[in-house]
Design a protein around this ligand. Structure first.
Ligand SMILES: CC(C)(COP(=O)(O)OP(=O)(O)OC[C@H]1O[C@@H](n2cnc3c(N)ncnc32)[C@H](O)[C@@H]1OP(=O)(O)O)[C@@H](O)C(=O)NCCC(=O)NCCS
Length: 301
């Protein structure tokens, strides 16, 4: 399982170590309810092949800490992102975080990355950045030379949120190939940067589409909404064709996803990296979390 590492201090974890990573992540971040499935899909299957990306999970030999990394294309070349950094609560302030960061730096440099980011590695990520309530992580990042590069918000939506389906529109789960292709056509034309998340939403059976007319096979897609693409119970991406906006389609789609998640046992749905706040507020959403996006040059320290 644990392959020999790039140096004596760390080893590489493979997908077979996902349960170990899950146990460590849940101990390190007890409020997050991270599932092994979330970690498998983001940390081990979170490479973005279209962008020629690479990913790795590095851990201390005793398993007390781990860091999951991936690369994404930046404006001026490859960048490396920390997907998860976790140290066992009983082993903190002993330099394990720094050891992992040094290994992360070496890995990033070997990928040709010039920046290391503590920020959401869209399309596959666990958080948009570092939660401002994670005081220890923020102090660690400051002490490690990271600087703030932006901010992102999540919102909480009651799982009971619903909105009526507008006339002339059919809302249904995107299950068959024809509906999947119709939604892809819409997303490709309006938000091509969401295609990877959409495909994963469809693959997970977690995509709802809005279709024109009575929704007969072959009908054009007017909108879509996914959930549980990266994190179970997190909502997004969501979009309504600009020409069909203002008819209540977005609200009906979000309501349909909330119904699925309520049936799955959730009382509240997390909307990640919110777009228009007023839209979610109209469905009962409230700001719930603030994240800082942090960065430092590779090899800085
Ligand atoms: C953030 C985290 C990974 C740090 O791991 P760590 O092994 O304790 O870090 P280190 O021992 O290498 O700390 C290096 C320096 O960072 C700073 N630091 C780290 N944790 C700190 C804290 N809780 N308060 C203040 N400063 C802190 C200190 O300057 C520290 O040096 P010092 O101990 O000599 O003063 C760990 O607290 C953790 O697992 N937190 C929960 C998970 C998390 O929030 N991950 C980040 C998002 S993915």
């Amino acid at each position: 399982m644990a392959a020999p590492g790039p140096d004596g201090a760390v080893v590489e974890w493979s997908r077979a170590d996902v349960a170990r990573l899950g146990e460590l992540a849940r101990l390190a971040l007890p409020g997050e309810a991270l599932l092994d499935d979330d970690l498998a899909s983001v940390c081990f299957d979170g490479t973005w092949p279209e962008a020629d990306g690479r990913s790795v999970v590095l851990a201390t030999a005793d398993g007390a800490g781990a860091v999951a990394l991936t690369t994404r294309p930046g404006f001026s070349g490859t960048e490396a992102f920390v997907q998860l950094l976790a140290v066992h609560p009983d082993r903190r302030r002993a330099g394990i975080g720094q050891t992992l960061l040094a290994a992360a730096d070496r890995w990033a440099a070997s990928c040709g990355a010039h920046r290391l980011r503590l920020a959401g590695a869209a399309p596959y990520y666990l958080w948009p950045g570092v939660d401002t309530l994670w005081v220890g992580a923020a102090a660690f990042a400051r002490a490690s030379g990271f600087t703030v590069d932006g901010e992102a918000q999540n919102m909480a939506l009651p799982a009971g949120a619903r909105a009526p389906t507008p006339d002339g529109v059919a809302i249904r789960h995107v299950l068959d190939d024809g509906d999947a292709e119709a939604v892809r056509v819409l997303v490709r034309s309006q938000w091509p940067h969401w295609l990877a998340e959409l495909d994963r939403g469809i693959e997970h059976g977690c995509c709802v589409g809005a279709f024109d007319g009575d929704g007969a096979p072959g009908a054009a897609a007017l909108g879509f909404c996914c959930h549980s693409v990266n994190r179970f119970g997190w909502l997004g991406p969501v979009g309504t064709d600009p020409e069909a906006q203002g008819r209540g389609i977005g609200g009906a789609l979000v309501g349909a996803v909330c119904r699925d998640l309520q049936v799955a046992g959730l009382r509240s749905v997390e909307v990640c990296w919110i777009g228009p706040e007023a839209f979610y507020a109209s469905l009962g959403g409230v700001r719930s979390r603030t994240f800082t996006l942090l960065t430092r040059p590779v090899g800085e320290r």
